[in-house]
Design a protein around this ligand. Structure first.
Ligand SMILES: N[C@@H](CCC(=O)N[C@@H](CS)C(=O)NCC(=O)O)C(=O)O
Length: 196
């Protein structure tokens, strides 16, 4: 398996966590998305959107962190993606939450501070607060986003847990803070810069 990766990418980290939790090894290929060095060098054959992560597993090429989590769970770790209809639907709901609300708030707020990416930081901070409040009320009285640890938790985890890079605190959302600690305690958990 090959993971096209950048060590500071939270989206790549979702995949690194699941690979490790499943005891799978992947060769990593560094893709310098920060300096746009992946444009015009053939990377678009792997992902026409020019985004990482991309996973290659034999002849399969899977772009998008959520899609990769689904692939890895279905193929190598079925416990991570419940199949009963209500739980499967809830997992997809939180994969979508990672792909849209989190990707439009915590991810760009982090990049604004970390690498000086353009953005309206006040608007982003307001969106981050809403996203964290939604998660906090869902996690009140629950340990995991869906009945047990699943790819839903891994999809939502990185940019929430990396909120210090976005100069945000989890103190106002104690249920989210406790969930972050639970994810970090899962067997096979791996860290990345900004998470400790
Ligand atoms: N929906 C995608 C988003 C991936 C994404 O935002 N990747 C960023 C790095 S974390 C990227 O490759 N950006 C490069 C660019 O936009 O040029 C996923 O979940 O994998």
């Amino acid at each position: 398996m090959i993971l096209y990766d950048h060590p500071l990418s939270g989206n790549c980290h979702k995949v690194r966590m699941l690979l490790s939790m499943l005891g799978l090894k992947a060769e990593t290929r560094f893709i310098d998305v920060v300096n746009h060095a992946h444009i015009g060098v053939g990377f678009e054959r792997l992902n026409p959107l020019l985004e990482i992560p991309v996973l290659e597993d034999g002849t399969e090429v899977i772009p998008d962190s959520q899609a990769i989590l689904v692939y890895l769970a279905r193929k190598y770790g079925p416990d991570w993606f419940p199949t009963e209809a209500p739980n499967a639907a809830q997992v997809v709901r939180w994969l979508a939450f990672a792909a849209f609300p989190i990707a439009a708030s915590l991810q760009p707020a982090r990049l604004y501070h970390l690498i000086g990416e353009d953005g309206d930081i006040q608007a982003l901070n307001a969106r981050c607060a809403r996203v964290l409040a939604v998660l906090d009320s869902h996690l009140a009285g629950r340990e995991w986003l869906v009945v047990r640890p699943s790819i839903a938790d891994l999809a939502c985890f990185p940019y929430v847990a990396l909120c210090g890079d976005a100069r945000l605190s989890l103190d106002p959302t104690p249920h989210v803070k406790a969930w972050v600690a639970r994810v970090k305690a899962l067997p096979g958990y791996v860290s990345m810069p900004g998470l400790d």
